[in-house]
Design a protein. Sequence first.
Length: 198
Amino acid sequence: MQPLRVAIVSDDPLTRSGLAALLSHREEVAVVGTPSPQDLEGLRALGVEGILFDLASGQEALGALAAAFPLVALADGEEQAARALRGGARGVVLRDASADKLAAALTSVVHGLIALDRPLSGWVQPAAAGAVGEGLTPREMEVLSLLAEGLPNKVIAQRLGTSERTAKFHVESILGKLGAENRSEAIVLAARRGLVVL
């Protein structure tokens, strides 16, 4: 299996070299370049499949790159992570992430999933805009994320402070809107569309 061709984009040469060194021992990714944030053509020429982006390089550069490539952003915290997702990032990891986590996030976004560092996954709704396209309400998004944890209706109801009957109603609505036959299929379809974090 060929490693994914990724580029590290940062204004800071020390950050670029540090991240390249961190990922150099990972078999699933190959760092093929560390161009400047403005060098879209250079990235295309390298055959880049995914980008690891340092948010210190600016929101404008993020938007242009995220529109062209699956992108994982490095964030200092929740506020930066939220800005990155609004700017088009498909994944966000904290700046102190391990090589394993960085490689997993890059692999996930290249394959069409949303990737969030676990400390961020409880509060970020990465696909709120996409969910509107699916016709899911904010409450159904909450239920969907609990479904992805494998929780039964009774526990979902307890988590949301509703009745089990209401939870069941939400689950059935989600299945209908996603065109899924069962809960497992709904989770798979939602993950493919970037609506849940697995």
